[in-house]
Ligand binder design. Sequence first.
Ligand code: SAH
Length: 232
Amino acid sequence: MNIDEFKLEVSKLGINVTSLELDKLEKYYNLLIEWNEKINLTAITDKKDVYLKHFYDSLTLVKVIDLENVSSLCDLGTGAGFPGIILKIFFPNLKLTLVDSLNKRIKFLEVLVNELFLENVILIHGRAEEYGKKNRECFDVVTARALSSFPILLEYSASLLKKGGHLIAMRGLNDSKDGENAMKILNLKINNVIEFELPIEKSKRTLIDVVKLDKTSLKYPRRYAEIKKKSL
Ligand code: SAH
């Protein structure tokens, strides 16, 4: 999508794009392409594709949650910053934490956060399940796009959320049924599932909005070896 298409589609999400935000996206695109030559950040490099499949796609999260009223948000397996950094550009009120297990990607994000003058962003090089073991009941919202199977993602996220907090899982096809058992064990419940198609290229997307009903047992998240051996 070109810039005009981006502005139009984003306005349909209820967001009015300012020239400051467009400047930040332009800088983001340039840094992404520059760094992608040295480290593997994304297979998508064509400008129109990045604006559609990374920038616009990240913003679709607002279909399920009003981020104006959210304070703390943690993006697990953020990669090159999707959706976390994009959400921060449009909702500077967010206290953002980005987690990724690959240090090279965290190094890129450090530069990006500085170049875009983003404040209140914490970058964590580490595994989601290890971060979630130590940082319990502290986020209003957890997001994750294209990270692991749904039951494993539920186990990564549950402990991080405050009671009443939401996990918004951004996925391709709707695999929410796979998480029924995990949700029972982790005191989670589906609040809403939205299926839609990306504009222009029409590929399928699913947003799964999960709410935390009660505290997470200290048993979870388990270590990765155990999670992998048998997911909930
Ligand atoms: N959310 C980004 C990246 C998805 S790829 C996007 O949608 O574009 C998955 C990312 O998660 C990779 O960057 C990988 O390094 C990271 N990752 C995989 N397992 C992880 C774990 N257990 N904890 C933290 N990061 C993880």
